[in-house]
Every structure is written in C-alpha cells, then in structure tokens.
Design a protein around this ligand. Sequence first.
Ligand SMILES: [Zn+2]
Ligand SMILES: [Zn+2]
Length: 61
Amino acid sequence: MDKNVYVCTGTCSAEVSQEEFENGVTQCGTDGCNMKGHAFEKRVKCVACGNVRKDGESHSH
Ligand SMILES: [Zn+2]
Ligand SMILES: [Zn+2]
C-alpha cells in the first residue's frame, strides 16, 4: 500500500505526511538547508518497504 508524502529535495531531505502538508507545512524551513523556503515536492511512499519514488513511477516487490 502506498501513501502520499511531500519531501524537501535539498540537503535536509525532510519528509512530511499528507496531513502535515494540508495543515500548512508546504515548504522547507530547515536552517542550513540549500532548499529552505522552497516548496516540498510530492512523492509516493511504499508503506511496506519505505521506498520513496516520484508519482507515476512503478514499484513492485
Ligand atoms: Zn530542506
Ligand atoms: Zn515497496
């Protein structure tokens, strides 16, 4: 089963859940991150193995 997550593509590699994103956590706020202030990007996370991939990419075990 997959779930939507949102990630920082910068050096901090932060990851927030769909719920956090909807609650306003939409951009990186990590001091020192080279993408601080930039919007998170949507990813799809496999709950079974933790693999994070771009939306639309296939994933199987
Ligand atoms: Zn960041
Ligand atoms: Zn998987």
